[in-house]
Ligand binder design. Structure first.
Ligand SMILES: [Zn+2]
Ligand SMILES: [Zn+2]
Length: 613
């Protein structure tokens, strides 16, 4: 039923008259509590109640899912305790009914009896162009064959063999210079095996270099399934279901792309925050990709310079370069105002470089000059920051006023990207450009040094800089959130990867033995995760364990305790009770059933999977 609420999240039984021609995955209209609502055909049932209403009509000639896709959709609904209706709705672009006149969807044949069936609609139109599956793919593969990079990696031959026709999960840690190339090689290997590929990237603007490389290599066989008008997106989805493309590149929704003969789901930069769905079903594309590959008998590759704790916690086989391949990283202590002498002297001779500074602005207000109180926002008590010549609360955005006396005159402790830009200009011989909020995150040009934070570090392909410096590394430990350090490490490694193999990477820290710093030095987060594991277990949130945020009435706490969770934290929020609950993976299906029953009783109002911690 197209009612995305947990309390109605179960199949309903109707009589489907054969004359309608509806099949599994079809969108139909049915009577429900005196109204007409839409729903999808989930298949026949042996459990038929006494009185059964009839399906009124077939809404569309398109099939929105087939049997294996339904398996995946049900898996997402179960794993994330999300209404199947919202999972189905998110699995394809919104319908543009007029486009259905030209396309076929997931095998639209068989809607005989429908006067608007595709046979009638397609007359006079050219047949859908099916890409020749083998010859062109082989040619595309040929452009990289003979000098395979993956073949030289540890575990690489195993991966290539799986891509040729088998299944499995792999954790790929490419050398920085290989990041785009290994993605292209994986896709080529899947195509050479007569199968198709989905490449998932975390964002689109700017288009990641990995996405661009795949689209360019596979030309007419590949499609970017994202962005564009509503009509274009739906048209592309119909074309995919028609088998028109062998390679799909896109963000989260593309994991459901209706390609045929799926051989590979490739998740690029799998540790990137953009891979998490921020609305129901709150799924993570890495997990859905693993499930999709399993259902389809395909290969899932999780690729990242710095893989996530969750990816490391899976039993995926690791594929990484053999021999020494990570860049040498120099660890230095920050000098006055965060400038280590070694960094300053390196900057004097640099012609292309990047200074990573995670803090924005020019500095932070420490003390009110009028009354001498420590500076705090008058509206919310937050940190007051000088940015772009204005003093503002970094938390609520209010004008910077002293919480005690209302003065706007503060003693500022300098530090942040604006300040780094200022002092770097006096040291560096080439122009210095700061990537501010809302500016395009272009990497440094020839003879240029850029300064930027996390928004500047993107998948732009090999950059080859003389120098990459990580400033204020110690801030990561003070950021809120269980995974803050992990995210910082991923950004450091992605920034460090911009250095040329002959370039320098300098990280400034007061804690050179910090496991995250050591992971940056070694180019491998594994040991860092081992220490993190203890830390996260002590906090009650071990990586890989499902976490849910449940909101409901006060009764919800006792109900959740009955599920014997690993961790249960409850707090009151207005007239609701909000709980964080950590479960054993095997306990999720029963937990989901209980939440659905509690939603029907009005005890549970909302369930959100994998909230940010
Ligand atoms: Zn404030
Ligand atoms: Zn004051």
């Amino acid at each position: 039923m197209d009612r995305p609420v947990l309390s109605l999240d179960r199949p309903f039984t109707y009589d489907l008259p054969e004359a309608l021609g509806g099949r599994l995955g079809c969108l139909v209209q049915v009577p429900f509590h005196g109204a007409l609502v839409r729903g999808w055909v989930l298949g026949p049932t042996g459990d038929v109640p006494g009185r059964v209403l009839r399906v009124k009509k077939l809404v569309s000639p398109v099939r929105f899912f087939d049997e294996p896709m339904l398996q995946l959709l049900l898996w997402v609904s179960e794993r994330y305790v999300a209404p199947l209706a919202s999972v189905i709705t998110r699995s394809h672009p919104p319908r543009v009914a007029s486009e259905e006149r030209v396309g076929g969807g997931v095998d639209a044949e068989g809607v005989d009896g429908n006067p608007h069936g595709p046979a009638a609609l397609r007359s006079g139109l050219p047949p859908p162009s099916h890409a020749p599956p083998f010859p062109r793919s082989a040619k595309a593969a040929g452009s990289t064959a003979g000098s395979s990079v993956i073949g030289t990696y540890k575990g690489g031959e195993e991966l290539v063999a799986a891509l040729a026709g088998a299944s499995g999960a792999f954790l790929l840690r490419p050398a920085p210079v290989d990041e785009q190339r290994v993605a292209v090689e994986c896709v080529a290997a899947a195509l050479a095996g007569g199968r198709s590929a989905i490449v998932l990237v975390p964002e689109l603007d700017p288009l990641p270099a990995t996405a661009a490389a795949v689209l360019e290599t596979f030309g007419g066989d590949a499609v970017l399934f994202a962005g564009g008008s509503k009509r274009t997106r739906y048209r592309t989805w119909l074309d995919l279901a028609d088998g028109r493309y062998r390679v799909v590149v896109g963000t989260r929704p593309a994991v459901f792309a209706a390609v045929r003969d799926l051989g590979l789901v490739y998740v690029s930069r799998e540790s990137h925050g953009g891979h998490r769905e921020e609305r129901s079903p709150y799924s993570h594309v890495r997990d859905v990709a693993l499930a999709r590959a399993e259902v389809a008998g395909a290969v899932c590759v999780m690729a990242a310079l710095c893989p996530s704790a969750e990816a490391v916690a899976t039993d995926a086989r690791e594929v990484s370069p053999s021999g020494r391949w990570w860049l040498p990283v120099e660890v230095v202590r920050p000098g006055p105002e965060g400038r280590a002498p070694r960094l300053v002297s390196a900057l004097k001779s640099v012609t292309r470089g990047f200074l990573y500074e995670p803090l924005p602005g020019y500095g932070v207000a420490r003390v009110c000059r009028a009354c001498g109180e420590p500076a705090a926002c008058a509206a919310c008590g937050g940190v007051i920051r000088a940015e772009g010549g204005v003093v503002r609360c970094a938390v609520c955005g209010a004008d910077g006023r002293c919480a005690r006396c209302g003065s706007a005159d503060f003693g500022i402790v300098r530090g942040g990207a604006e300040r780094v830009e200022e002092w770097a200009r006096r040291v560096v011989a080439v122009p210095v450009r700061r990537i501010g909020p809302g500016q395009r995150p272009l990497p440094p040009g020839d003879r240029e040094v850029t300064v930027g934070g996390v928004e500047a570090v993107k998948d732009v392909g090999p950059v080859g800089l003389d120098l990459v410096a990580i400033l204020d590394a110690d801030i990561a430990a003070r950021r809120p959130g269980l995974a803050a350090k992990e995210r910082a490490l991923a950004t450091w490694m992605e920034a460090a990867a911009w250095a040329s193999p002959r370039g320098r990477v300098i990280v400034q820290t007061r804690h050179p033995n910090d496991p995250a710093v050591q992971a940056l030095v070694s180019g491998n987060p594994e040991r860092f995760y081992r220490t993190e594991l203890t830390h996260r277990e002590e906090a009650g949130f071990p990586p890989g364990w499902p976490v849910f945020r449940v909101a409901g009435t006060a009764d919800v706490v006792a109900e959740l305790e009955e599920r014997r969770p690993r961790t249960l934290l409850a707090s009151a929020a207005g007239d609701q009770t909000v709980c964080l609950v950590v479960l054993d993976r095997g306990g999720v299906p029963a937990f989901g059933d209980a939440m659905r029953a509690l939603a029907e009783r009005g005890v549970v109002a909302r369930v959100e999977a994998e909230p940010h911690l």
